[in-house]
Design a protein around this ligand. Structure first.
Ligand code: VG1
Ligand code: CO
Length: 545
């Protein structure tokens, strides 16, 4: 099969953001756009030639077309072996699992995660390295640099591969293996959690659960693991069929977008436990009856209870890490356990070195992401199984587990305000104004609160000393409250301003207030400090989580 060398010219803006390159489908469909990015991966990641590459995506619109393009290019670029999920499907944590299990040289994930999918919505591509994790900044930067100078790419003239039959086939000099997307991942979960204990929980008839796959990638995973392997009643998984448009929804597991699920937990007949995952299966939302567990609390509770879970009780936990805007609840647990706790920039790629070096066992982000050293991505279904295992051991409700945790460690009230699709210049100007006044803020008072520190977060990786700056403005108050401002690196329209608010309450008698009430003073301070309405024209955020 002859290799074709196609001429091309660079596209602007192919720099990966927080989690890969994300753009509107229409942008990806331009001739050579995807090809340029993929060739830049092959040009910079030379171990892929002669090696094995994992390819899969969340099934969104354009997933199959993109996979065919990538496979032809992989073959033309000398990749020896490709492992592809059946139907082009693989969740993000499953890609990580497969890369690690088969010791491949890397993988390509097609997804725009929690963003909607349709011809007029979003698509994305991300390269994961041989450790199974998202490429670190040095790698994404090298790929980006290559996209700015690219002049040709290599492909094959060949018919499409049948993605729907498992088994082996050949494309030019490359062998392709289509695998069941669930098997390897399910086997890993079985090794970490007490499946017998969880099965008994489902058999008890006093426990009910719903899992909302939001018509995204976790449908087949959750159906197989929960309903087939763990004997949960059929119907436990809802919206379980992956659809290219996610059923018209927004596959973001939060109180706003997963409202169908939230309503199933409410009132007298509400289920005991509910969970949801996002487009590519790396996020999770955990709910009890009439109860929402913040992702930051979930991380803290996971670390505090790890000794109860088979996969984590053999030896002491190495340490924990959280992204900077994530609440400090986990810090308190780490402190009590006498383990290290790291604060990293937003994005899973910053956990990779710490996990590889054995410095942390668990890590998480406020954005509905939790995970451990079992893979190198955040893992939605893993978090759900962790909670199920915990419920089986403790025989308590979700609410009781969380409230007892607060009594012991204090409660970190937490909320995030997102202002989406704001004018880009206005958002940049808002951040610049904040940065300009950082030095003058410490010691000053605003609406009765004294500012203790104000900085722009930067991070030096303790393993390889790589340095990342401008990772978000932090304003800390005496008493432990924090306000954080940063601009999203995953949006595809204008800019998204995220404002993260946290307030600490050690007194058990004051831990039952509503988050909205507790946060009201901080919301008002956040407004005044950044002049959000004046600068963006927005009176209200688009989404509150
Ligand atoms: C968001 C979240 C971040 C997460 C990233 C990718 O990034 O805040 O915590 O790691 O999405 O998640 P940003 O830059 O928009 O704030 V996913 O599920 O899109 O892979
Ligand atoms: Co995701």
């Amino acid at each position: 099969m002859p290799i074709l060398k196609a001429d091309t010219t660079p596209f602007d803006g192919q720099r990966p953001g927080t989690s890969g390159l994300r753009e509107k489908v229409k942008i990806f469909q331009q001739p050579h756009y995807l090809e340029n990015f993929v060739q830049s991966i092959f040009d910079t990641q030379q171990e892929l030639a002669g090696g094995t590459l994992v390819v899969g995506g969340d099934g969104r619109y354009y997933n199959r077309e993109a996979i065919q393009i990538i496979l032809r290019m992989a073959a033309a670029n000398g990749v020896a072996h490709a492992i592809v999920g059946q139907g082009g499907l693989l969740s993000t944590p499953a890609v990580s699992c497969v890369i690690r299990k088969y010791k491949t040289q890397g993988g390509i994930v097609l997804s725009a995660s929690h963003n909607p999918g349709r011809p007029d919505e979003d698509f994305g591509i991300k390269f994961n390295t041989a450790n199974g994790g998202p490429a670190p900044e040095a790698v994404t930067e090298a790929i980006y640099q290559r996209t700015t100078e690219i002049s040709n790419y290599q492909t094959l003239e060949a018919a499409d591969i049948d993605l729907d039959q498992t088994g082996q086939s050949q494309l030019g000099g490359m062998q392709i293996e289509i695998i069941d997307p669930v098997t390897d991942y399910a086997e890993l979960m079985q090794r970490l959690f007490d499946f017998d204990g969880i099965r008994n929980l489902f058999k008890s008839n006093t426990f009910s659960m719903r899992f909302d796959a939001m018509h995204a990638i976790t449908g087949p995973y959750a159906t197989h693991i929960l309903e087939d392997m763990l004997s949960a009643p059929s119907g436990t998984v809802i919206n379980g069929k992956p659809l290219p448009d996610f059923g018209g929804g927004h596959p973001d597991p939060n109180l706003v977008h997963a409202h169908e699920l939230v309503s199933m937990t409410q009132g007298h007949n509400g289920v005991d436990f509910a969970a949801a995952s996002d487009g590519d299966g790396d996020r999770n939302m955990i709910l009890g009856r009439d109860f929402f567990v913040t992702p930051s609390d979930s991380l803290a509770i996971i670390v505090a209870n790890a000794h109860l879970i088979p996969g984590y009780q053999k030896h002491k936990i190495d340490g924990a890490a959280r992204s900077m805007p994530t609440s400090q609840a986990v810090d308190r647990v780490a402190n009590r356990l006498g383990i290290e706790c790291f604060e990293t920039p937003t994005g899973w790629k910053f956990f990779g070195n710490l996990l590889d070096a054995g410095r942390i066992t668990f890590c998480g982000e406020e954005s509905f992401g939790t995970g451990s050293n079992h893979v190198r991505e955040k893992d939605g279904l893993w978090a759900v199984l962790f909670w199920l295992n915990l419920l089986a051991v403790k025989q308590q409700s979700v609410a009781t587990i969380v409230q007892e945790h607060w009594r012991e460690y204090g409660r970190n009230y937490y909320t995030r305000y997102d202002y989406e699709a704001v004018n880009k210049e206005a958002a940049a100007d808002l951040m610049q104004h904040l940065r300009n006044k950082l030095d003058s803020l410490p010691g000053t008072q605003i609406q009765g609160h004294v500012i203790e520190y104000a900085d722009d977060f930067s991070y030096t990786d303790p393993i390889d000393n790589s340095y990342s700056e401008c990772q978000g403005v932090r304003i800390g108050f005496i008493g432990g409250s924090r306000i954080i401002y940063r601009l999203s690196g995953t949006g595809t329209e204008g800019a998204t301003l995220r404002v993260y608010l946290e307030a600490f309450e050690p007194d058990p008698n004051k831990q039952q207030q509503t988050t909205a009430n507790v946060m009201a003073p901080l919301v008002s301070i956040a407004q005044e400090l950044a002049q959000i309405t004046q600068k963006t024209g927005r009176e209200q955020p688009t989404v509150i989580t």
